[in-house]
Design a protein around this ligand. Sequence first.
Ligand code: DQA
Length: 149
Amino acid sequence: MATVDNKHILVIHGPNLNFLGKREPETYGRTTLADIDSGLEKLGFEMGLAVETFQSNHEGAIVDKLQEAVGRMDGIIINPAAYTHTSVAIRDALLLLDLPVIEVHLSNVKKREPFRHQSLVSDVVTGTIMGLGAMGYELALRSISAQLK
Ligand code: DQA
């Protein structure tokens, strides 16, 4: 049951993930971002975690959100989407945070084009879940809950 003492979890979705459900469904599935977010909020409530969700197509906005999380949040779930493969800025912002951070990818990026094989964030996060579709977010939240106990 949620209380004022809840731990706070921030979920960040990067560019084009606002089109989930319509975007390349054979790769990313038919679950919408709204479905993912409401599922996480519900699961968080059941586990006593307050879940805040955020999506942006802009690298700097994601950096701003990570900076705001310093000292406020207890855990982060992030799918940096295309910025996974390019963003030193998001990597550096993640290094500001001393808390559990799970990187999630809906698709198995290792099975896709070579430019998706490199993640600039994998070696600065607690763990990475990929290739399990929308369920990856739920598993990430369960993992953070366990780590915070
Ligand atoms: C993604 C994989 C990225 O390579 C891609 O740019 C995305 C989504 C995933 O969730 O599988 O936008 O992060």
